[in-house]
Design a protein around this ligand. Structure first.
Ligand SMILES: [Zn+2]
Length: 165
């Protein structure tokens, strides 16, 4: 009787484990092949509108910076701000990184990149500390960025390239 129950128990564990595994694979696959979910897209839009309003109120910048979600960015980059030779400014957010933390991408990375974009709007293309100058930091803080750390170890400011990602 006991052995029978034990067998039943292990069978149940195996079945549940298999279901869970299939479900995980399905989710990973779904994330790779489909767009970001509607809720995340809405949050990005809301945050972008808010950043635009802050840029206008605090710096009188009316220009709207396009935000593009891309899965072609290198994995080590959360986002990037690009400034082309023709003066086009685009912020890219790494789609792959949304999987780990939507909050981090929207509350940290987006204001961080938006501050780089405003530097371009002001014509400041300083490469000091990879674009993370004191001026950049002040803009980042004005945009209510969560962590406007100057000593970041990434190259997320990209000049003179078009349609990179
Ligand atoms: Zn940066």
């Amino acid at each position: 009787m006991f052995l029978k129950r034990l067998k039943l128990f292990f069978t149940a564990v195996t079945v549940l484990g298999t279901i869970f595994l299939i479900y995980s694979i399905y989710n990973t696959h779904k994330f790779k092949t489909s767009d970001l979910d509607e809720k995340t897209k809405n949050r990005i839009n809301q945050k972008t509108i808010y950043l635009q309003s802050l840029a206008y109120r605090k710096f009188a910048v009316k220009r709207k910076i396009p935000i593009k979600i891309s899965n072609k960015l290198p994995s080590n980059l959360f986002g990037a701000a690009t400034f082309s030779q023709t003066g086009e400014i685009v912020i890219y957010l790494n789609k792959k990184r949304f999987k780990e933390s939507v909050d981090y991408m929207i509350e940290d990375v987006l204001p961080h990149e938006y501050a780089h974009a405003l530097m371009f709007v002001f014509g400041d293309v300083s490469k000091e500390n990879g674009g993370h100058s004191k001026k950049w930091q002040n803009i980042c803080k004005a945009l209510e960025g969560k962590r406007c750390n100057r000593f970041v170890n990434h190259n997320d400011v990209i000049f003179d390239k078009t349609n990179l990602f």
